[in-house]
Design a protein. Structure first.
Lengths: 519, 394
């Protein structure tokens, strides 16, 4: 599926991001493209990627977003597995039986299959049960001190806040005095400072009720350079790297032997919402084991796909044919037209800022917004759109045709009939047609200032008819909600322009395409 | 004035504490004793799928996109919470450029729609981890070393000192020393010199695993081209199966000298500290010298603190300082944290108090502001930005 992730054909999202079609969403309510950048993302479910346990968000919070049962290797961060070994113990002879009895005990330890680190390297004793709990846990040694600091500052800020509220009250009642003190810059903080009081002590008499905290005492003693740096040989494999140290932030051990298993970080499933209408446009199924979606409004199902057929060779100051394969993914036929950016006045050119609201259809939007208004207490301006950074350096000639593409029909794939007869296609524009797909011939010329070996970048607008409602066959003759959508397409043609290269003839190229398609 | 009455209802919720360093970002939740993660300030671009260093940017648009990608990762890979109803604490340097601060605010409010942000100056809040309110705070990070005295909880901004003396300078010095020592081992076992550009991560790894800050006595010998009797063992560093670098003794000892050697203006990490004390009024000086707080990953290097103390004690006897500074004792604090996340811990402590509801900039207020520049009051000092702007113009 290499073609799916291709970066050759990019589409401008409504927010200005350039993405390949498969990375775009389509909001059916706003009828605009959306992408990961311009949707609002939400945490749907939290789970462990190893044991697939689903955790409630409160539980995950309690466990600091880590799985209680699974561990990662502190060396290479792969998942650790529990391994068993059998240790036979020789019991001393009991009650006159001549031979000492043998018992075998199973011992369990954690091991990394990737880098061979084991919990025995950390000198963690083996366990007698296979259950994954009860491995020794580690606590930050300063937690008690830090909580007492937090308590102390909590009370101090609380007082500061009360005093501030008091002052605001005074301010409203004794405006004249306040004005005077501000005029002379005698703010409360400065006043205290001049009086020699510490600025954080708030009351005049109530300092005695402040909780006591022992301030840190500075010391003249500092850690000396250890003598062993001059004597001990460096054994690189026994020393930790920075990522390994940061895996245990409060200890940051320098020796591999001081590392210990790290609880596995949990993962999330996300759902995504359109930011302007707040409808869900992507929602996965809840269970961690499921890879299906409840809802997935991928643009792939709504926007005709354009694919670059083959690498071509361009020549300076000459037009070269460019073949694009266009397919209609929708369950209903569509009509496609191509336009230059200049032809469409309400669409803004490359370097200008696109506006979110710009292309929204009023009737639909006001409706959806009024419906949702009570949920949203306050409206905030939407994030500014991004600038399209794609700089074109070539020109594409667009055929002046309207192409009809039938609905996608998977059975038609096996139909040998030639579809071209049904449409009055101009063979110099549409060189091939089958089912919901056509190959259209364009021509491209690089700008004169293009460097050798530079990718040629072109852009144009694809205008197609979109059928807003899912129409059942019975209703098909009824009212159709059809609107024209303009999609900005940007194509990079990875070619080398060599001045000596002879231009291969267009006809030859078509023949090669067709040959390839047949084979 | 921020509306704080409604906020008190949700003040028991934990806020997100982010300390974005040039090289590493510390990230976690308020009230916790250590960050959840310390990760490189790098991200995978959602546009191109390529690795990007967040602070390598051409224009604010690029910085904006980098920060969106990076903070997205923080929220959905580490915090696992929806950013929308979260309060965020940003720990930043007092000297942090306003373009970064404003872009960050825009990213958090406009893109992630967080409830509120508070910017806390790293030097000031680091003292919260010690329960003191006066100290000389020395932050040696990746890009630069910044010294700011804090007196009675207020930064003495006229005395700030900053020099590009951080691990970046150390890694450059190390790279210079080892760049030409790369050897390729052929199939026959022969060793051929090879030169290719070393990745930053390799240089950093060698530095972390083998380099140290030597003593003043040895440093003086080495500076005069003499070789002390005792040598730290040399070793072979393997880049991959066939590429090695032979690290000599001197390569382990010399790179960190960059921080202590005086440059053309006779400035070094140690003179910065003394110069900063000198710029403070006489009655503060002794107290500052006896309350030095060291922050930043670089100060965790073996021998760093011992050397700094030796340097200070030796410099103070030189005429440049002995006439003006009458100090003979330097004392250092030991925060309840590793030095590379002390500032983050200060943020975590502040984030657990009412300060967040009192002084945060809310999204409502932000949206009402016309120019979207972060005002002074959301910073702890209540006046930092304008003051800093004035100082930076000097
Ligand atoms: Zn978008
Ligand atoms: Zn698990
Ligand atoms: Zn491993
Ligand atoms: Zn929508």
């Amino acid at each position: 599926m290499a073609h799916l992730s291709q970066q050759d054909v990019l589409i401008a999202c409504s927010c200005g991001s350039l993405r390949p079609l498969i990375k775009l969403y389509f909001c059916r309510h706003c009828i605009v493209l959306r992408c990961g950048y311009c949707v609002s993302q939400e945490v749907d479910s939290i789970y462990c990627s190893n044991c697939l346990e689903n955790l409630a968000s409160s539980e995950a919070k309690l466990k600091k977003n880590r799985c209680g049962a699974c561990f990662d290797c502190p060396c290479c961060f792969h998942t650790l597995t529990i391994r068993a070994t059998t240790i036979s113990r020789i019991n001393p002879p009991v009650d006159g039986s001549p031979t000492p009895s043998k018992t075998s005990v199973k011992n369990y330890y954690l091991s990394c299959f990737f880098c061979r680190w084991t919990s025995r390297d950390a000198k963690i004793p083996d366990k007698l049960t296979a259950t994954s709990s009860n491995w020794p846990e580690h606590e930050n040694t300063y937690t008690a001190r830090i909580s007492s600091l937090i308590e102390y500052f909590k009370i101090i800020t609380l007082r500061e806040r009360l005093e501030k509220e008091n002052r605001m009250f005074l301010h409203s009642s004794r405006r004249g005095y306040q004005h005077f003190s501000e005029k002379f810059g005698l703010t409360a903080m400065l006043a205290r400072k001049r009086a020699g009081l510490p600025p954080l002590s708030l009351g005049r008499d109530d300092t005695s009720t402040l909780p006591h905290i022992a301030p840190s005492i500075a010391s003249e003693h500092v850690e000396p350079l250890p003598d062993d740096v001059f004597t001990e040989a460096i054994d690189i494999v026994k020393l930790t790297s920075l990522p390994q140290r940061f895996g245990i932030p409060d200890l940051q051990p320098e020796l591999i032997s001081n590392l210990f298993p790290i609880h596995k970080q949990l993962f999330i499933k996300r759902s995504q919402r359109c930011r302007s209408c707040l409808h869900n446009i992507f929602k996965p199924e809840y269970g961690p084991a499921s890879i299906k979606f409840k809802l997935h409004l991928a643009a792939y199902y709504y926007v005709p796909e354009i694919r670059l057929m083959e690498k071509i060779k361009l020549k300076r100051r000459q037009y070269t044919h460019l073949m694009l394969k266009i397919s209609n993914p929708a369950q209903i036929s569509t009509q496609i037209q191509f336009l230059q950016f200049e032809d469409v006045t309400d669409i803004v050119q490359n370097n200008e800022v696109f506006n979110f609201e710009e292309k929204k259809d009023d009737s639909i939007d006001t409706k959806s917004i009024t419906n949702l208004a009570p949920i949203q207490k306050k409206t905030y301006p939407l994030e500014k759109s991004r600038r399209i950074t794609f700089k074109t350096n070539g020109k594409i000639n667009l055929p002046d045709v309207i192409i009809s593409l039938p609905a996608r029909d998977d059975t038609a794939e096996y139909d040998e009939a030639n579809d071209s007869d049904m449409y009055q296609d101009n063979p110099s524009v549409i060189v091939w047609r089958k089912g919901n797909k056509v190959i259209v011939k364009f021509s491209v010329i690089p700008n004169n200032d293009v460097e050798d070996n530079e990718d040629i970048k072109i852009g144009f607008i694809m205008r197609y008819s979109y059928h807003g409602k899912i129409i059942s066959p019975l209703e098909q003759k009824g009212n159709k909600d059809i609107r024209l959508l303009d999609i900005k397409i940007f194509i990079s043609i990875r070619v080398c322009i060599s001045p000596t290269e002879l231009l291969t003839s267009g006809n030859y190229q078509i023949r090669t395409y067709l040959g390839k398609l047949m084979s | 004035m921020p509306a704080y009455d409604s906020m008190s209802l949700i003040s028991d919720k934990q806020c997100i504490i982010i300390d974005i360093g040039y090289k590493y970002t510390k990230f976690g939740f308020s009230g916790e004793s250590n960050p959840r993660c310390i990760i490189p300030t790098e991200t995978i671009s959602s546009d191109t799928g390529k690795y990007k260093i967040v602070f390598n940017y051409k224009d604010t648009d690029e910085l904006y996109t980098n920060l969106v990608d990076f903070i997205h990762m923080l929220f959905f890979k580490y915090a696992l919470v929806h950013p929308k109803e979260k309060r965020v604490v940003i720990v930043e340097s007092l000297l942090s450029p306003s373009v970064i601060r404003n872009t960050l605010a825009s990213v958090l409010f406009d893109h992630f729609e967080v409830t509120s942000i508070i910017f806390l100056p790293s030097h000031v809040i680091s003292l919260y981890t010690l329960g003191i309110n006066t100290g000389l705070v020395v932050d040696v990070g990746f890009q630069e070393a910044i010294v700011i005295p804090i007196y009675e909880g207020i930064p003495v901004l006229k005395a700030w000192q900053a020099l590009p003396l951080g691990s970046k300078a150390v890694e450059l010095a190390l790279r210079d020393r080892i760049q030409n020592k790369i050897k390729l081992i052929t199939e026959k076992g022969e060793e051929v010199m090879n030169s290719f550009c070393l990745f930053d991560t390799i240089v950093e790894d060698i530095k972390v695993k083998s380099c140290f800050v030597t003593t003043l006595e040895r440093a003086k010998l080495l500076a005069n081209g003499k070789i002390p009797k005792l040598q730290p063992p040399a070793f072979r560093y393997r880049i991959d199966g066939s590429t090695v670098i032979d690290i000599e003794s001197i390569d382990r000892e010399l790179p960190f000298e960059t921080l202590f050697e005086q440059d053309n203006d006779q400035m070094s990490l140690s003179t910065m500290i003394l110069d900063s004390i000198l710029k403070c009024s006489i009655d503060m000086r002794k107290q500052l010298a006896e309350n030095i707080v060291l922050l930043g990953g670089t100060v965790m290097t073996k021998g760093f603190k011992a050397r700094l103390k030796e340097e200070l004690l030796s410099l103070i006897k030189q005429p440049k300082y002995s006439d003006k500074l009458f100090i003979n004792v330097f004392k250092f604090h030991n925060p309840p944290a590793k030095e590379n996340y002390v500032a983050w811990l200060g943020g975590s402590i502040c984030g657990a108090t009412d300060m967040i509801s009192m002084k945060s900039l809310t999204r409502d207020t932000y949206c009402e502001m016309n120019n979207n520049t972060i005002p002074d009051w959301c910073s702890l000092t209540n006046r930092s930005d304008s003051v800093i702007q004035k100082i930076l113009q000097l």
